[in-house]
Design a protein around this ligand. Structure first.
Ligand code: URA
Length: 229
């Protein structure tokens, strides 16, 4: 697609204005100023206008490193949302695919593709989630078997599905869940008599949080990452 048309579709501006932006050297492709209105934008090109990355037209898929204090919602009267962290045009319909608690940090996937987010969150799809957990008390070895067998949670009829727990040091563990219940990690540790003091999501399905992303930063998913869900 021509560069001026790409900009127009990505921002909603008329072609006359996107052409002017190109002329005024406000447009970069892959980090270089591009003044060619007819440049054919290829898959994988990163287009920026006035310093803002403009994703290709079509559904959007992002990963965000959620900082503490933000909520996984599109609107909230009291707290900043994960959507508030995005400096992107045309983000109508963009929503977090799943939720983390306000104090949980780490990987949040965002999209405007409802079917894709359903596959991330639907219990039937078994999209694994991996967390790094810090606890108030030491984690005994016996907890590994408790997680593997399934735990009875307060106010729930069914025990949790078998999950994997790897002890990293006395107060830290990596946990992989194959389901997503309300406050599940915290409630599972509570059921073992311990308390979670910090929780960080590292992975959803086979998508791992990019180590380059500082808290609050985000990037578009690659085509391969999108396809894994
Ligand atoms: N489990 C929790 O307890 N909290 C989260 O944010 C995610 C999983």
């Amino acid at each position: 697609m021509r560069l001026d048309k790409y900009l127009s579709q990505a921002t909603g501006l008329p072609r006359s204005l996107t052409k002017r932006q190109i002329k005024c050297k406000n447009v970069e492709v892959n980090g270089e100023v591009n003044q060619d209105q007819g440049y054919q934008v290829k898959a994988g090109d990163e287009v920026q206008m006035e310093g803002r990355i403009l994703p290709p037209p079509g559904p959007k898929y992002l990963m965000l490193n959620k900082p503490q204090g933000t909520v996984c919602a599109t609107e909230d009267a009291e707290h900043p949302t994960v959507i508030d962290l995005l400096d992107l045009p045309n983000i109508k319909g963009l929503h977090p695919a799943g939720r983390l608690d306000i104090d949980t940090t780490g990987l949040v996937l965002l999209t405007d593709d409802g079917q894709w987010s359903h596959r991330v969150t639907s219990p039937k799809q078994l999209c694994d989630k991996t967390y790094l957990v810090t606890t108030a008390d030491p984690i005994p070895e016996t907890v590994i078997a408790q997680f593997a067998e399934g735990l009875e949670l307060r106010n729930e009829d069914k025990p949790t599905l078998p999950s994997e727990l790897e002890i990293l040091d006395s107060h830290t563990a990596r946990v992989t869940l194959h389901e997503g219940r309300y406050h599940q990690v915290k409630r599972m540790f509570a059921a073992t008599g311990n308390k979670v003091t910090a929780l960080h999501r590292e992975k959803v399905g086979s998508i791992t949080l990019d180590p380059e992303l500082e808290p609050g930063e985000y990037r578009f998913l690659t085509t391969d990452e999108i396809k894994t869900i």
